[in-house]
Design a protein around this ligand. Structure first.
Ligand code: E4P
Length: 225
């Protein structure tokens, strides 16, 4: 399972990168716009924080295949490292994906809502497909079922494309996606930090502290060695 952070909030990225086994960061135009700051400085700073080895997915704003390819080349040149261009699925996006995969710029095909879209994206050469789990759930669809069917299709046809499940609103959606063999998830900082929380963990840790202090007071292990 790859854990990717779906935000351009630099403080949140710094925090999660320090404490969690983070594999990368995804953005989209809405996520970038939310920060209301200089685009280039922002994405460069994300790269600085996570380093060259972690994935950085940045979404194109172009519509025509040739322009998507040109934006991808520019961003790859500037951001370097493990860079992925996110491309929404449509005919121009597929054409761009075929070109980009041939020249070695990996594509994350995004705004995926059906297994049929995902299969086409994978055939065009996408490295990842991003199905939007919560947006499907919101219209009484079954986001996790869509993730499961995509995983199954990629296995059936031996396609070298990973599922990057996206658009989560709670930990349960993430956990159910993991259970069906989803390769990676992109989540908000709130969901990432929520994945390790449990009230019984807090109770257990408080109990350890209380019992220790009852015998050793404020002394720590190094004080006793
Ligand atoms: C990631 O690829 C998507 O852009 C993102 O997860 C969408 O999330 P939202 O439905 O919360 O906007």
């Amino acid at each position: 399972m790859l854990y990717i952070l779906d935000t351009a909030d630099l403080n949140a990225i710094r925090h999660v990168n320090e404490f969690y086994p983070l594999d990368g960061v995804t953005t989209n135009p809405s996520i970038i716009a939310k920060e209301k700051t200089d685009f280039l400085k922002l994405v460069k700073e994300i790269r600085n924080i996570i380093g060259e080895d972690k994935m950085l997915h940045v979404q194109t704003t172009a519509k025509k295949a040739e322009d998507i390819v040109s934006e991808a080349k520019m961003l790859k040149e500037i951001l370097g490292g493990e860079f992925y261009i996110k491309v929404p699925i449509d005919e121009e996006g597929l054409k761009a994906t075929k070109i980009l995969s041939e020249i070695g710029i990996p594509v994350t095909m995004t705004a995926i809502f059906t297994p049929a879209q995902a299969l086409m994206a994978a055939k065009a050469g996408a490295a990842f497909v991003a199905p939007y789990v919560n947006r499907l759930d919101n219209i009484t669809g079954d986001g996790v079922r869509v993730v499961e069917e995509i995983v199954c299709l990629f296995d059936t046809y031996g396609l070298d494309c990973k599922v990057l499940a996206a658009s989560f609103k709670n930990s349960e959606q993430v956990h159910k996606s993991a259970l069906c063999g989803c390769h990676s998830v992109t989540v908000s900082p709130e969901i990432m930090t929520g994945l390790i929380k449990h009230p019984l963990t807090d109770v257990a840790v408080a109990g350890f502290e209380k019992d220790w202090q009852g015998v050793y007071g404020d002394k720590k292990i190094p004080d006793l060695i």
